[in-house]
Ligand binder design. Structure first.
Ligand SMILES: Cc1cc2nc3c(=O)[nH]c(=O)nc-3n(C[C@H](O)[C@H](O)[C@H](O)COP(=O)(O)OP(=O)(O)OC[C@H]3O[C@@H](n4cnc5c(N)ncnc54)[C@H](O)[C@@H]3O)c2cc1C
Length: 510
């Protein structure tokens, strides 16, 4: 007796998971006209506030999708950090340091449920609703001579369904079934201290336009503004034992002096610091928490996932459009995995050292705060200020255009190459296009004959007022806004050999 096969749907990309990462991938693919299905067993967007910080770089990619204004208008902007409780009151105005370097200085507080709703509703309005209620059961890679396909078995409300796709993105969170099925390692550590998160109303002394730091005898805490009248997110490390809500908040009340009126949401969990052994296995990719998990303290985790998705979806679109060779897909792993590794090394370990509960670390922290109160204003007057603010806002993330250890080719020697293109007043609209473009900043250039038709330009812009872009160079800009190459212009022309070298390195099809 033959059993009936479940119905089959075909798509170019199957996105597993409709958290912030999967939704971002789905929306970028939609805007790039690549067919994609986003599936998730949950009934709709999360109801929990979870990740609340949207960093400047994520605002830039939301701007490409026409969604930044909504976040700005309905979120809460934090422009700096206030250190409370020292001998001298101190503050670090990171938004001031970010002025001119990003169109979105400051950090936007916008709860994860709102981010998911915004992305999901936009997808639905564009005729690509998320398949909620549909969970991945298993998948297999079907070899097809280098252009393999993935076939997934999905369980939905109407029974099982098969989905065949050219590529699969596992954006299915920290316990990723996709990563498990691939049998990939997820090496790292789990913190022994319990991390507490609470959304509070009526917090005494909580600024509405800045983060603030509270120092206690044993602990310290960060307060993120969520709205007026002391509406704030409090995060702190409680200690080794897992506290219930009452115990944890009593600790915050007694030790940290947090006075509040009401609790909206509380969660306590152990923080993992882990990175998947690879972000790509043939036609299957991992992104967001499925690929890396961190401490949420620097407000970087969800943002890193959003940027993974934006990077990967643009790359898949380039291959689907026939602009880039299949091999170019390795760039995702080559560029994004080091970002996750650096984040874990730099942020999480540093935080682990300073955030431990206990009297000794508390004393060290108070000393550190007093030193910082004196040093911070001086440091911020140097070039360190904009640099550190750029790392925090994630627009200083650098990709290596050629593998580390290889000699830097002529087209990659400009310090702008590998960074996202600095925004000027004139280039904002061009950067929203999500297309390959040639730009000049202060000179004219002929269109190089070696440039394939899918690269726009050259688009001539006035000189960069901050001198980050050279006046006599032609810049190649990627759809994700990163500078791919820079060539010197002589008498309006660029040497063809240099153009060829860069396009070959990116796997451009001409
Ligand atoms: C309680 C809690 C509090 C947090 N607080 C903070 C915070 O304060 N700050 C911060 O920066 N971060 C915080 N985080 C982390 C933050 O939520 C994540 O970094 C972020 O959600 C990552 O997004 P993602 O889309 O990669 O993964 P997720 O948001 O985890 O989304 C993964 C999705 O995959 C779906 N999925 C799972 N299995 C399947 C399957 N078989 N088939 C299809 N879909 C599947 C899940 O239903 C889920 O919707 C918190 C997380 C939790 C759980």
């Amino acid at each position: 007796m033959r059993t009936q096969e479940p119905p089959l749907r075909e798509t170019e990309v199957l996105v597993v998971g409709a958290g912030p990462t999967g939704l971002m991938a789905g929306l970028v693919l939609a805007r790039r006209n690549v067919s994609a299905l986003v599936i998730d067993p949950k009934p709709g967007p999360t109801r929990e506030s979870r990740a609340i910080v949207i960093q400047a770089r994520s605002m830039e990619i939301l701007d490409q999708l026409g969604l930044a204004r909504t976040v700005l208008e309905s979120g809460q902007s934090a422009l700096g950090v206030r250190l409370r409780g020292g001998r001298a009151a101190a503050g670090i105005e990171f938004a001031t340091q970010q002025q001119g370097w990003t169109p979105f200085p400051g950090a936007q507080m916008f709860e994860q449920n709102r981010t998911e709703t915004l992305l999901g509703e936009t997808l639905a309005a564009e005729g690509r609703p998320v398949l909620f209620g549909h969970g991945l059961v298993s998948f297999e890679v079907q070899p097809a001579g280098g252009d393999d396909r993935v076939q997934a078995l999905v369980e939905g409300p109407d029974g099982p369904l098969r989905i065949r796709a050219r590529w699969l993105i596992g954006a299915d969170g920290a316990s990723s079934p996709v990563r498990h099925q691939l049998g990939l390692g997820f090496d790292g550590v789990t913190d022994d201290a319990t991390f507490c998160v609470a959304d509070l109303h009526g917090v005494e002394g909580a600024p509405s336009d800045a983060l603030s730091v509270r120092f206690g005898q044993e602990r310290f805490a960060l307060l993120f503004p969520l709205g007026p009248h002391g509406h704030a997110r409090l995060i702190w490390l409680h200690g080794d034992a897992e506290p219930d809500q009452e115990q944890a908040l009593a600790g915050a009340w007694e030790d940290l002096g947090i006075r509040y009126e009401r609790v909206d949401w509380f969660s306590a969990y152990r923080v993992h610091h882990r990175v998947a052994s690879t972000f790509r296995a043939g036609p299957v990719f991992l992104a967001g928490d499925a690929a890396h998990v961190h401490s949420p303290v620097g407000g970087q985790g969800m943002n890193t996932g959003l940027q993974d998705a934006h990077h990967l979806a643009n790359l898949l679109a380039e291959v689907a459009d026939g602009h880039l060779d299949h091999a170019a897909l390795d760039r995702y792993q080559d560029e994004r995995r080091p970002v996750a590794l650096t984040l874990i090394r730099a942020t999480d370990r540093a935080f682990g050292a300073i955030a431990r509960p206990g009297r000794r670390s508390a004393l060290l922290r108070r000393r550190g705060r007093d030193v910082l109160a004196v040093l911070a204003p001086r440091l911020l007057r140097t070039s360190f200020g904009p640099y550190a603010a750029g790392l925090l806002g994630q627009y200083r993330i650098r990709y290596h255009p050629v593998p580390k250890g290889q000699a830097t080719p002529r087209w990659a020697r400009d310090r702008a190459v590998g960074l996202r293109l600095p925004p000027t007043e004139a280039n904002a609209a061009a950067l929203r296009a999500m297309a390959w473009q040639l730009h000049t900043y202060g000179c004219g250039a002929d269109r190089p004959a070696a440039a394939p038709g899918w690269i726009e330009g050259p688009l001539p812009f006035p000189p960069d007022p901050l001198g980050r872009l050279q006046r006599d160079h032609l810049y190649l800009v990627r759809p994700d806004g990163y500078v791919a190459a820079s060539w010197p212009v002589h008498a309006g022309a660029v040497a063809t050999v240099d153009i060829d070298a860069a396009l070959t390195a990116y796997g451009a099809i001409r």
